[in-house]
Ligand binder design. Structure first.
Ligand SMILES: C[S@@+](CC[C@H](N)C(=O)[O-])C[C@H]1O[C@@H](n2cnc3c(N)ncnc32)[C@H](O)[C@@H]1O
Length: 228
């Protein structure tokens, strides 16, 4: 039986795991399609084995409603995409995109990325997206931010050499937090040379409805770190 984030007291999720009830169609996709494209419940997660026909493997953490994940997967059918998201309604939305566009290069996991990252094989990903992670503005909530020592170490371990980690945020203190966590880490390079390198959305970026809401306190910042 599939375990849900609510079953895992060892990982306290700080956001919502479910919102309004799913439509009948969404429930059908969660029951039928999700088990077919889900990551394995236990054991190692090796993207190359899960998506053997893909020439590159990309992970998106906290994909929200899956707009970015599905659009990237549709644009790059030769690349395999793995999306992780604990919010059931977001997973259900992503499943509708996967079904409508018949995306066979997507695998999903409903759960907390902090729990499953340790199961990923070493140097198994070409790219990781962490786009507009929950900001946790208050200082006393800073420990809830996804970017922490442990996740930084996991990124370093699971990215291939020259693999890319893209973090985007529109919260100034989160951007500062990421720079402190990652720019001083010799395992990562930040090749930005001028302000436009992080101020202008990268050419391959796909804007989501969440980003469009502009809920942060600064213009979006895009940080493309490279695994050395
Ligand atoms: C602010 S939303 C942004 C959604 C999406 N990335 C976008 O840009 O539209 C942050 C997302 O991260 C997810 N999230 C929060 N904690 C997470 C965790 N530990 N592992 C994976 N996803 C997480 C939330 O459920 C939410 O969907």
């Amino acid at each position: 039986m599939t375990r849900t984030p609510e079953d895992r007291p060892e990982f306290r999720l700080f956001g919502r795991a479910q919102g309004k009830p799913l439509s009948a169609r969404q429930q059908g996709l969660v029951d039928g399609l999700l088990p077919r494209i889900a990551l394995p419940e236990t054991g190692p997660v090796d993207p190359a084995r899960l998506l053997p026909d893909s020439s590159a493997h990309v992970l998106e953490i906290g994909f929200g409603g899956g707009e970015h994940l599905a659009a990237q997967a549709a644009r790059h059918p030769d690349t395999g995409y793995i999306g992780i998201e604990p919010f059931l309604n977001g997973v259900a939305k992503a499943l509708t995109y996967v079904e409508e566009a018949a995306l066979d290069n997507v695998r999903l996991w409903r759960g907390d990325a902090r729990e499953i990252l340790p199961r990923f094989a070493d140097a198994s990903l070409d790219r990781i997206f962490l786009l507009f992670p929950d900001p946790w503005h208050k200082k006393r909530h800073a420990k809830r931010r996804f970017v922490q020592h442990a996740t930084r170490d996991a990124f370093a371990r699971i990215l291939k050499p020259r693999g890319q980690l893209r973090i985007a945020t529109d919260v100034k203190s989160y951007a500062d937090h990421c720079m402190i966590e990652l720019s001083g880490d010799e395992r990562f390079d930040w090749p930005a040379a001028k302000a436009d390198d992080w101020r202008i959305p990268p050419a391959d970026h796909i804007t989501t409805r969440y980003e469009q809401k502009g809920l942060g306190d600064c213009a979006p910042v895009f940080m493309d770190f490279v695994r050395v």
